[in-house]
Design a protein around this ligand. Sequence first.
Ligand SMILES: CCCCCCCC/C=C\CCCCCCCCCCCC(=O)SCCNC(=O)CCNC(=O)[C@H](O)C(C)(C)COP(=O)(O)OP(=O)(O)OC[C@H]1O[C@@H](n2cnc3c(N)ncnc32)[C@H](O)[C@@H]1OP(=O)(O)O
Ligand SMILES: Cc1cc2nc3c(=O)[nH]c(=O)nc-3n(C[C@H](O)[C@H](O)[C@H](O)COP(=O)(O)OP(=O)(O)OC[C@H]3O[C@@H](n4cnc5c(N)ncnc54)[C@H](O)[C@@H]3O)c2cc1C
Length: 674
Amino acid sequence: MTQTNNNMTVNPDLAMERAKCNFNVLEVTHIFDGGERNTLQRKKIEDVALNSGASKDALGEEHMSPKEKYENAVRKSCIYATMMKNELAELSGLESFGVSSPVIRRTADAFFKEVSPFLLHLGMFVPTIMGQCTPEQQSYWLPRALDMQIIGTYAQTELGHGTFIRGLETTATYDPETEEFVLHSPTLSSYKWWAGGLGKTVNYCIVVAQLYTKGECHGTHPFIVQIRDEDTHVPLPGIKVGEIGPKMGFNTADNGFLGFDHYRIPREHMLMKNAQVLKDGTYVKVARHGKLTYGTMVFVRVVLVNEVAFNLAKASTIAVRYSAIRRQSKPKPDEVEPQILDYVTQQHKLFIAIATAHALQLCSTWLWESFSAVLAQMKGGNTDTLPEFHALSSCLKAISTSDSAHLIEQCRHACGGHGYMISSGIPNLYNFVSATRTYEGDYTVLLLQTARFLVKAYEQAEAKKPLTPTVSYLAHAFSGSRATWDNSPDGIIRSFQALAAGKTAVCVTNMRKRMRAGLSQVDAWEMSTIQLVAAAEAHCRAVIADTYRKEIVRLTANSSPNVKVVMDQLTTLYLYYWALERTGDLLMFTSVSQKDLVDLQIAYEELLLKIRPNAVGLVDAFDLRDELLHSTLGSYDGRVYERLMEEALKSPMNKEPVSDAYSKYLRPMMKGKL
Ligand SMILES: CCCCCCCC/C=C\CCCCCCCCCCCC(=O)SCCNC(=O)CCNC(=O)[C@H](O)C(C)(C)COP(=O)(O)OP(=O)(O)OC[C@H]1O[C@@H](n2cnc3c(N)ncnc32)[C@H](O)[C@@H]1OP(=O)(O)O
Ligand SMILES: Cc1cc2nc3c(=O)[nH]c(=O)nc-3n(C[C@H](O)[C@H](O)[C@H](O)COP(=O)(O)OP(=O)(O)OC[C@H]3O[C@@H](n4cnc5c(N)ncnc54)[C@H](O)[C@@H]3O)c2cc1C
C-alpha cells in the first residue's frame, strides 16, 4: 500500500523507515550544512534556481549525441550563469557571484548530469585572476571575468607532462623591442591538453609556460592569453585549438588542446603578483615563497574535499533509499523477503559511505578555515605555515577523492544490476569523482608531497625541535614502546597517530639503511616510496579521524539526545571501520591483541544494527532534492520500478516497433542472404 507524504505518493517501505527514525532529521541537516542559517539560505537558493524547472531536459542527456549534449550543457550554463549573476548572488550575500558559495556550486548539479563547460572558468580562471594578478591587473580582468564578458580556463597540463610542472615545454620568450611575450609550442608533447572548456567554449585562458628573458629561463609562470576573437569566437592567428575527444566522464566539459605558433601577447598579460618582467626584460621575483604560483592548485585541492563529500552524500542517499525498497532472497522461509538493507553485509557497504560523507564534509570546512588563516598570514608576508598546509591539503585531496570514488563504486555494487543503469545516477557520480583522484595532482604524487613533510617533521621530532600542529603526535614516536591500544574513540585516534608515526619511522630507518649501503638519497627515497605513500595515508587518516571526532563533539554540544547518539554512532563506526581495515598495522605498531580485534569486530557489527533503523533518516538528512540526485533509484518517494520503466520507455530505441537493423542485417543473415 502506498502512503502520501507532502502530497507525494511514497513507497510504503520508505514511509515505514521514516516512521522508524528516532532522531530529528532537520537537526542533522543543520550539522551537515554548518548551521541552521546555512540550511535556510541553501533552501532559498535551491527554490529560486530549481522551482522554475529550468534545470530539466526534455530528452535525457544520455540519449543525446556528443554535439547535442555539449550544446545543451552550454545552454543551461548560460541560464544558470545569468541566475547566478542576478537572483542567486543576492540571495547568497555575495557582491558578485563566483567561487565563494559552495551552495551555488552544489545547486548547479541539478542542471548538469555531467559537468558545466563553465566549471574551469569559475573554478580556476577566476581564482587565478584573484590569486596571481597585481591589483591593477585584477581591476582590469576580474570584472570582465565575473560578468562573463570573457570566459576562460586553466591550461597548464601538456600532452607530455601533467604532474611534473617544471617539465612543461611551452615557452614564453620576452621581446623587449615590442614589449611582448612570444608564446610557442616547440614540440607535439608541448601542446596544452585537457583544459576544461578549451575545446569550444572559452575565449581566454591562463597558460602556464616557461618564462625566458635576456636569454635565461626563470621557470614556469602564468599568463592570461586571448585565444578566440571576442566577437566571432574564431581562433586567432597563431593558435591551434580543438577538443580532445570522448572520455570516461566530463563529456560536457569540452576539454581541449592548444598549440602556439610564435603567438604574441602584451607584457602586461604575464600575471605579475609573484614575479615580474620589467619593460627592459629584467626579471624581478616578488614572492617570498617559490611555490606561490601553484596557488590555484592548492585552492582547488581544498575545494575538492568538499566536492567529493557532496557527491558521496548523493551516492549514499541513492543506495540507502534503494536498499530500503528492494527486497531479495528468503533467509527465513516463513517470512516475506527482507529489505536488502537488513543484510549486515549491505549495512557494512553503506553505513561507512554515510559516515565518510560526514567526515569529509566536516574536514572540508575545517580545511577551508585553515586555508583562510594561511592566506591571511601570507597577506602579511608570512609564508611559514604554507609547507604544512601544502602537506595537509595534498593528502586530504588524495585520500578524500580516492575514498569517495571507492565508496561510490561500493554504492553501485549495493544497488545490484540497477545500479549499473545510467538512470540510477551512480555511474555519472563515479565517472566524475574517479577523475578527481587524478586531476589537480595524482593520488600517489600528492601523498609523496605529504611524505616529504612527514619525514622532515620526523627528523625535527628526533632532534627535539618544535613541531607544527598536524604532526605534533610525532613527538611521541621515540618513547621506545608500542602505543597502548584502547578502543575508546580517543584511544583509536591515538593508535592511528601511532601507525602514522611508526610507518614514518620505518621509512626513515630504511632510507638511512639504503644510503649506508651506498644508494644516493634520491634512490633511497625512490626505493621507499611504497612505504612513504602508506605513511602519508596513515597520517591523513589520523587527521581525518581526529578532525571528524572533534568537530562532531563540538557541533552536537547543544543537540537533542538522540541526535547526539546517532552522530556519535557514526563517528564511532568510522573509527572502528578503519581500525578493522588496518589490523595488520595495529598489530605492528600498538599493543592491540588478537582478542581486542575480535571484540572490535563484534562491537562494529553491533553498531551496524544500532544504526540500521536510522539509515534512511540519515540520508534524508543530507536533504538532497531529487533534481540534484538525477536518480531512478534514489528519489525521495522511492518509486523505483515505476521510474525505471518510465526511463526505459524514453529510450529512442523504443520509438519504432522494429529496428532498421532488422531489415538491413538480421533478416538477410537469418534468410541466408547476407
Ligand atoms: C554556470 C555554470 C555553473 C557551474 C558552477 C561552477 C561553480 C564553480 C565554482 C567552484 C568550483 C570548484 C570546483 C573546482 C573543480 C575544478 C575542476 C578542475 C579540473 C582539473 C584541473 C587541473 O587538473 S589543473 C592541473 C593541475 N596539475 C597539478 O596538480 C600538477 C601536480 N603537480 C604538482 O603540483 C607539482 O609538480 C608537484 C607538487 C608534484 C612537484 O612540484 P615541483 O617539482 O615544483 O616541486 P618539488 O617536488 O621539487 O618540491 C619542491 C618543494 O616545494 C614544495 N611544494 C610543491 N608544491 C607546493 C605548493 N603548492 N605549495 C607549497 N609548497 C609546495 C614541495 O613540497 C617541496 O618542499 P620541500 O620543503 O623541498 O620538501
Ligand atoms: C577530467 C580531467 C580534467 C582535467 N582538467 C585539466 C585542466 O582543466 N587543466 C589542466 O591543466 N589539466 C587538467 N587535467 C590534467 C590533470 O591535472 C593531470 O592529468 C594530472 O595532474 C595527472 O598528471 P598526468 O596526466 O601527467 O599523469 P602522470 O604524471 O603521467 O601519471 C601517470 C602515473 O605515473 C605516476 N607518477 C607520475 N609521477 C610520479 C612520481 N614522481 N612518483 C611516483 N609516481 C609518479 C602517477 O602516480 C600515475 O600512476 C585534467 C585531467 C582530467 C582527467
